[in-house]
Design a protein around this ligand. Structure first.
Ligand SMILES: Nc1ncnc2c1ncn2[C@@H]1O[C@H](COP(=O)(O)OP(=O)(O)OP(=O)(O)O)[C@@H](O)[C@H]1O
Length: 648
């Protein structure tokens, strides 16, 4: 620094006043350097240095800065030389003993031709405090604007969140860890019929979730929504109800997600959807599918029955016979068919009981609906109930889908219970109730179904005797026996054998598409002499076999042997026109014994096999189901005839 730049300032007297004024705000001394005396001190200097102006003015600079004369001289000389100097090397002690940290700035001035120094003193501690305060101010100012920015940012986020919550189609609400509602979005307000104001701040479970759909109380401890924040895991429920403000339930699916703050669960947010309409649509669809399923199953079964009917009714329900017995039966059919009365047809196997049942159905007003036949002898004991009344899926082991029972299938048609005497005693009561009320339930279902069924029953048992023996309920017997029709055995109406034999021969030849052989009078007479334990069915089978084996238009009959009696007759030989001797007539018991022996022989020959090509039914010329029923009646255990394990 050179002297020209910082030469002492020379100023007129009036400027001194200005200087003095300025000096009034800063602690300033006017010092005469040559004499070391203080010629002027302002109030600020007096205050800072802790001395009065007068005391200062009567004091020397060196006296103020005791022991620092060298530093003071250097400082003064520098100021005089350069016109300006500053130092922090001059200390000063306040009269109260405080060591003042000061900065001195000296400027050389000339007043009235004499060199002076204006020494401005700054309190470094005060300046430091100001600096700190100013820094704090800066921080504060910056902090406030930063905070305002953050506030704006969060307000913006909050606004966006509100927009999202408002736009969401799902109902959304929040709860704190006490289960108190913290917010509710507009969709939730709409769905629940409650305003957000009405819910916020209140325990929402007791308002919208207090009961199950059936009205049972829903305790908050079990509520999955609350459990989400109790256990800290997300809970999803896909079918429950929330209660609207108008008391109506809405079906909902919802998710309750815990909200965490620094790892601490502080509540949950619940997002829910009104699925009432969807559930109604689903239920309608299920019902429709179940109905389709039911109809399909029914059609399948009806179809099976119709097929069976086609196969079993080659004779188109033509009842042949001129005997009084047949003519009487025909009259009874005409009488009873148009009524809805129950009919009980009795008679030995193969006498035409089913034929009569079908004829009644055909002549009734129900003929446009199906006749459902149930062979009670062929149903395993444990399946009776399901067979009759149906079951729902899962009702018992093996019930893998719903099943229509025969009663339901026969609705508005006819139910033909063949071998009705075989129905287990324990089911007879239920059957009676259904016949009386025409109402029943499927197994495993509570729904009661109504039917309108006409019942025709048939049996080859003496049902009265069964009642006496306690094997058949009397009340059921009376219920069935409203209109009894008896089928007389063929041997008691030998008049019917010629027209029946001719009828069978014609039908069989047509069916087999073969030329019809001649049935001679002699052959007819021989047929009339045979006992026909298998009745018309046996006659039909004998004729069919003969038709197949016929040579050159001639029939050859090979009648089966009956019991020990030699009833095998070669009919193409000379027929014996004489009536059988009196001692050949069999009593009912003898006939039974004969039939028993016959079945035993057949089972021995087939090793217990009943059904199929090599079965005993074929040998005996009776239906396998009939044979099964007879075996049951005679209490024969067919396993006694089986060699090895191969039973049917
Ligand atoms: N009067 C008849 N006219 C024509 N065909 C008859 C007559 N009686 C019986 N049949 C025939 O004899 C066969 C046996 O008759 P059906 O099945 O009706 O006897 P069923 O008494 O019901 O026998 P089961 O007790 O063994 O069930 C059938 O093919 C049937 O058409």
């Amino acid at each position: 620094m050179n002297r020209d730049v910082n030469r002492p300032i020379s100023m007129p007297l009036e400027t001194l006043h200005l200087q003095a004024l300025l000096a009034h705000t800063h602690p300033t001394l006017l010092v005469h350097p040559k004499t070391d005396s203080i010629v002027f001190a302002n109030d600020a200097a007096a205050k800072l240095l802790g001395r009065s102006i007068e005391a200062l003015k009567s004091s020397k600079m060196s006296a103020l800065h005791k022991g620092q004369v060298p530093s003071l001289v250097v400082f003064s000389e520098a100021a005089l030389y350069h016109g300006f100097a500053w130092t922090r090397g001059l200390d000063l002690t306040h009269p109260d003993g405080t060591e003042l940290k000061l900065e001195h700035e000296a400027r050389a001035i000339i007043l009235d031709g004499q060199e002076y120094l204006t020494v401005t003193i700054s309190d470094l501690d005060a300046r430091h405090r100001r600096d700190v305060d100013s820094e704090a101010d800066d921080y504060l100012r910056e902090g406030i604007s930063e905070w305002r920015r953050a506030e704006r940012f969060f307000r913006e986020i909050e606004r966006e969140n509100q927009l999202i919550l408002g736009a969401a189609g799902e109902g959304i609400y929040g709860v704190n860890s006490d289960g108190i509602t913290t917010f509710v979005n507009p969709a939730a307000e709409r769905m629940l019929g409650w305003t957000a104001d009405a819910l916020v701040g209140r325990e929402i479970h007791s308002i919208i979730h207090h009961s199950h759909v059936d009205g049972e109380p829903y305790h908050a401890e079990q509520c999955p929504i609350y459990n989400a924040f109790r256990e800290g895991i997300v809970r999803r429920v896909d079918d429950e109800v929330f209660w609207r403000s108008d008391g109506k339930p809405i079906r909902v699916e919802y998710t309750s997600t815990p909200i965490r703050d620094h790892g601490l669960v502080i509540g949950a947010v619940i997002v829910f959807r009104d699925i009432t309409e969807r559930k109604i649509a689903e239920e309608k669809l299920h019902a429709a599918l179940a109905e389709v399923d039911r109809l399909r199953e029914r059609l399948e079964l009806e179809n099976a029955y119709l097929q069976e009917e086609i196969l079993s009714t080659n004779n188109h329900h033509e009842i042949i016979g001129q005997s009084d017995a047949i003519q009487g039966a025909l009259k009874q059919i005409d009488l009873v068919a148009p009524t809805d009365a129950n009919v009980l047809i009795t008679g030995e196997s193969g006498t035409g009981k089913e034929l009569i049942a079908r004829a009644i159905h055909q002549a009734s007003t129900r003929s446009d609906r199906v006749l459902v036949r149930v062979n009670c002898a062929a149903i395993p004991h444990e399946l009776f109930e399901s067979e009759f009344f149906g079951h729902v899926r899962g009702a018992f082991t093996g019930a893998i889908r719903d099943r229509v029972g025969r009663f339901e299938l026969a609705d508005r048609g006819t139910l033909f219970l063949d071998e009705v005497g075989e129905i287990p005693l324990e089911l007879q009561g239920k059957l009676l109730r259904v016949l009386q009320d025409q109402k029943f339930e499927r197994i495993g279902e509570e729904r009661t179904r109504e039917v309108n069924v006409r019942l025709i029953a048939a049996t080859n048992r003496d049902l009265k005797e069964e009642v006496r023996q306690g094997r058949f309920r009397e009340d059921l017997y009376f219920r069935l026996n409203v209109f009894p029709i008896e089928c007389r055995p063929l041997r008691e109406r030998t008049d019917d054998i010629p027209p029946l034999a001719t009828h069978f021969l014609r039908n069989i030849c047509q069916r087999l598409n073969i030329a019809q052989p001649t049935l001679t009078n002699g052959q007819v007479r021989t047929l009339q002499h045979y006992g026909w334990p298998g009745n018309a069915r046996e006659l039909e089978n004998v004729i069919e076999r003969a038709a197949i084996l016929a040579h050159d238009g001639k029939l050859h009959f090979d009648l089966p042997e009956i019991g020990g009696r030699d009833s095998r007759k070669s009919i193409d030989a000379k027929a014996d026109p004489t009536p059988p001797p009196h001692n050949n007539i069999l009593t009912r018991n003898e006939l039974k014994q004969t039939e028993y022996n016959n079945i035993i022989q057949a089972l021995t020959a087939t090793q217990g096999k009943i059904f199929g090509k090599n079965g005993a039914a074929i040998l005996l010329d009776i239906k396998p189901t009939t044979l099964a029923s007879r075996i049951k009646t005679f209490k024969i255990d067919r396993r006694d005839f089986v060699s090895g394990k191969n039973t049917e």
